[in-house]
Design a protein around this ligand. Structure first.
Ligand code: RM4
Ligand code: MN
Ligand code: MN
Length: 424
């Protein structure tokens, strides 16, 4: 299915008057609305190929309907999202779930939808049917050099697929760790992992970045070999200038101060990428902004503050991706909501009066500092985000149009009621 441009225009026309009223009201009390709008138009969020089907939990999987059956259909799905919001202009692939059989035609198809290829993801957390050696006891940390070698070769393979598609980064998330005390020698596990990562790093093209993603626990429940930002930063520093830490919002222990983590990683020039999702307990992969929207705003505030301090381009200097897996919602609806939540938090953070905040901080005026942040957070920026969409040719209300156009029903007609996408 493709969404014709005139359908978006017709829809926007219908809602134009109400939008104009709301936009003008909000804009009238803000400074530099044009600057904010341009930043919102430029900001693009990568969609993970594994989020387009319903995921499962270890207790089962309730398959969705009309799920993409192959990579082409996954690209079509992201194309639909991008047509509706013009903020999802990239797709992030997981290998071997999404091996492109013909890279140039896949690249051309993505370009037709206005998409580029975001970071490539390797997978050494599962065994594949044709795989020689098992990752049951880890991959890059493994006590057996042959297993480590296999994991390294897989990552090099992923880089090659990425080069063919025009991607320029590799995300390595390792499930390596241990579930029982005594199972691992921590130091050896770290050193084996470092050595393996170094071999992958050596195969990176010059213009590529490598993102080392950390996760506190799960699937291992006693230790994780890249368990937190400190460990990830250790690897990134030892690897070299092309290696960075990647922060996934769901990968922290409860109540971790993620905004402080991103601030310090930026200070060190070592924050590379971001995986958005939300959670209440752990790696829940819930819709961005559905549980802790204030935390998301605070994170964006630190991201902007830290990026501006280094003169970085918000839109292009970090890898922005969603990482989620949906158990009960329509994945496309969820992704539309997630992108909207990210844009809202970004817009709110752009409104923070940074000069005033610095002044208040210098005077230890704590109450004023809080007021400045909350003034921005409590601004209803939805009309600003909608205006940015309007200007880039997207729908004023993407989710509503998705439903009015019966996108899912169309996809079910095309693909069938019982389809299962590759992924979790
Ligand atoms: C992990 C991690 C990775 C993602 C996999 C599917 O929890 O977040 O980024 O590749 O899930
Ligand atoms: Mn992730
Ligand atoms: Mn995760």
């Amino acid at each position: 299915m493709q969404i014709e441009k005139y359908k978006i225009d017709e829809f926007n026309q219908k809602h134009a008057q109400e939008h104009k009223r709301r936009f003008e009201f909000t804009a009238s009390s803000l400074h530099n609305v044009e600057g904010v709008l341009q930043k919102l138009v430029d900001f693009q969020i990568g969609i993970p190929s594994w989020a387009l089907g319903t995921g499962g939990t270890r207790f089962g999987r309730f398959s969705g309907s009309g799920e993409p059956r192959n990579l082409e259909e996954k690209i079509e799905d992201v194309g639909l999202l991008h047509a509706l919001n013009q903020s999802s202009g990239a797709i992030s692939l997981h290998i071997p779930w999404d091996i492109p059989t013909n890279a140039s035609s896949i690249k051309a198809l993505a370009a037709q939808h206005g998409l580029r290829f975001d970071a490539m993801n390797s997978n050494t957390f599962q065994d594949q049917p044709d795989q020689k050696l098992s990752y049951k006891f880890g991959s890059m940390q493994h006590v057996d050099k042959a297993v480590r070698r296999q994991a390294v070769e897989h990552n090099i393979e992923v880089i090659k697929h990425g080069v063919a598609l025009g991607s320029d980064s590799l995300t390595v998330w390792l499930s390596d760790g241990s579930s029982f005390p005594g199972q691992l020698n921590f130091r050896k596990a770290f050193q084996n992992t470092l050595e393996s990562l170094q071999e992958v790093y050596a195969a990176l093209p010059d213009n590529w970045k490598m993102f080392v993603e950390y996760k506190a626990f799960e699937p291992n429940f006693y230790s994780t070999t890249v368990g937190d930002w400190g460990q990830s930063l250790l690897y990134a520093n030892k690897l070299g200038p092309k290696a960075y830490t990647l922060v996934d919002l769901g990968h922290h222990l409860p109540n971790a101060n993620i905004e402080q983590i991103v601030s310090l990683l930026l200070m060190e020039g070592k924050l590379g990428g971001f995986h958005f999702n939300d959670s209440k307990y752990g790696d829940d992969d819930l819709t961005v902004g559905s549980i802790k929207p204030y935390q998301l705003f605070l994170i964006f505030h630190e991201l902007i503050e830290g990026m501006d301090a280094r003169g970085m381009n918000h839109a292009t200097d970090l890898g922005w991706m969603i990482d989620a897996s949906h158990n009960i919602k329509d994945p496309l609806e969820d992704l539309l909501q997630s992108v909207e939540a990210i844009m809202i938090a970004y817009a709110q953070a752009l409104l923070v009066d940074r000069k005033a905040l610095t002044g208040a901080q210098q005077q230890n005026d704590v109450a004023r500092c809080q007021e400045i942040l909350q003034e921005a957070y409590r601004t209803d920026v939805r009309p600003i985000v909608a205006e940015a969409r309007l200007r880039s040719g997207a729908a004023l209300r993407p989710l509503q149009l998705f439903r009015e156009l019966k996108v899912r029903e169309n996809l079910i007609n095309e693909r069938g009621l019982k389809t299962v996408a590759t992924g979790l």
